[in-house]
Design a protein around this ligand. Structure first.
Ligand code: ASP
Length: 419
């Protein structure tokens, strides 16, 4: 796909954007030598607007890209049994890696006795918590209005319809004069749009990070230090260790090569805090750089972005532990098992957008009878943690795609190993 003209030095430029964003944002937040009106105009019309435009562009492309890549991928699968295998393996990997993620969070929370030393009362936090029902999550997979699903960005519903449509195109190809080829071509056009948008990524990331730092500063880590540090530790450990083990022993590929090639995906997950918004980059990376064949990637990546949330499961395990700790509630074995079970389900049901994991955390707290007010404490530091856990989520999506492709003999190993 490099004939499509990928932007050059993207990772380096995005890192520069991030660094300059921190620099400009901190200058606004910590110093007063910049005139107020100037700071206001730059924050509003450069940082906020630029960041929002960039996020809009990414979201703009997600729905058509998922639709066309899924239909193109599925309609060209010659053996329909294969799709069933791909789906089954994806779901199995998601469930196992998510269960490991939340178990690790609980284990480390228990090791350091998280939350027991925290003295402040967990009250006085006024937040509105929308409830998300599991029933609705399931029902949304089957939308009653096609256009409604597209308009509302109902990703699971769109995935379901695209699969249905792809199968129908596949099985009528002989009657329609190879309609599946047309979807291939449209998919290529949309991938080109992705690359065009990606060209603006360094500026977009500069604006997103700058706007965040200008309004919140850098000392978000000051409070709740133990919770924050432990969460970061478990997130990084899971990302490096679990993905490496899976990649090495199930897929038989080098984790080092994988991590060398995943940089852009992590950076995009980090700066957008949205697995869904990162889909274009994840798709491009696994197909172009890692050699995952398109029919596997076009299924696994959108589905993975929607249901595979290892980072979110870690947040939910550790936050539940923390809130129980600060409320003076000791958890027993039965509750640990309940948390693992609930976190797997809620992480799967969490929307792939910023802060969604905090909302679904309420389901677990409710179920265990823990105070919802505890979320107020966690919210104070969640913005930056959301960025980190989204990176872990999207890293898992790419890993699942590589593993499924490897076990289906749909991985171009030469491409994967090429530097
Ligand atoms: N922001 C996360 C994601 O898009 C979801 C979450 O809030 O945990 O993957």
């Amino acid at each position: 796909m490099s004939e499509l003209g990928a932007p050059k030095n993207l990772t380096r430029n995005v890192l520069w954007g991030m660094f300059l964003g921190f620099a400009v944002g901190s200058t606004f937040f910590y110093t007063s030598f910049v005139p107020d009106f100037f700071e206001k105009i730059v924050t509003e019309f450069v940082l906020n607007l630029g960041g929002d435009i960039f996020k809009n562009l990414l979201k703009l492309i997600v729905v058509p890209l998922v639709f066309f890549s899924l239909v193109a991928g599925i309609s060209s699968v010659s053996d329909m049994m294969k799709l069933g295998n791909i789906a089954l393996k994806t779901i199995l990997l998601v469930v196992v890696s998510t269960a490991i993620a939340v178990s690790m969070a609980l284990f480390f929370g228990w090791m350091v006795d998280l939350g027991s030393g925290y003295q402040a009362a967990a009250g006085n936090f006024d937040i509105a918590i929308p409830q998300v029902s599991f029933y609705d999550t399931l029902l949304n997979i089957f939308p009653n209005n096609l256009f409604g699903a597209f308009v509302e960005n109902n990703m699971l519903g769109i995935v379901f319809f695209s699969i249905l449509f792809g199968i129908a195109v596949n099985s009528t190809d002989h009657l329609t004069g190879n309609l599946s080829k047309a979807f291939e071509k449209l998919n290529t056009v949309f991938l080109k749009i992705v690359l065009m948008i990606m060209g603006f990524a360094p500026i977009g990331v500069f604006c997103l990070i700058g706007a965040y730092t200008a309004s919140k500063g850098l000392d978000i880590f000051g409070d709740l230090a133990q919770y924050v540090l432990l969460l970061i530790f478990v997130l990084v450990l899971h990302m490096l260790l679990v993905n490496s083990l899976f990649l090495k022993f199930i897929a038989g590929v080098s984790p080092v090569t994988f991590f060398r090639k995943i940089k852009d995906v992590l950076l995009f997950g980090f700066s957008t805090s949205s697995s869904a918004a990162t889909i274009p980059v994840t798709l491009k990376t696994v197909t172009e750089d890692m050699g995952v064949k398109k029919d596997v990637a076009s299924f696994v990546i959108p589905v993975g972005a929607t249901i595979n949330m290892n980072g979110t499961a870690i947040l939910q395990g550790l936050a539940t532990f923390f809130i129980a700790g600060i409320s003076g509630i000791e958890l027993g074995m039965g509750q640990y098992i309940q948390i693992i079970f609930l976190a797997v389900i809620t992480a799967i049901g969490t929307a792939a957008v910023p802060s969604a994991g905090i909302i679904t955390l309420t389901i677990i707290l409710n179920q265990l009878g823990l105070p919802l007010e505890g979320i107020g404490l966690i919210l104070a530091v969640d913005r930056i943690l959301d960025m980190l856990r989204t990176s872990v989520n999207v890293c898992g999506d790419a890993a699942v795609a590589v593993i499924v492709a490897a076990t289906e003999d749909e991985l171009d190993r030469d491409k994967f190993n090429a530097l």
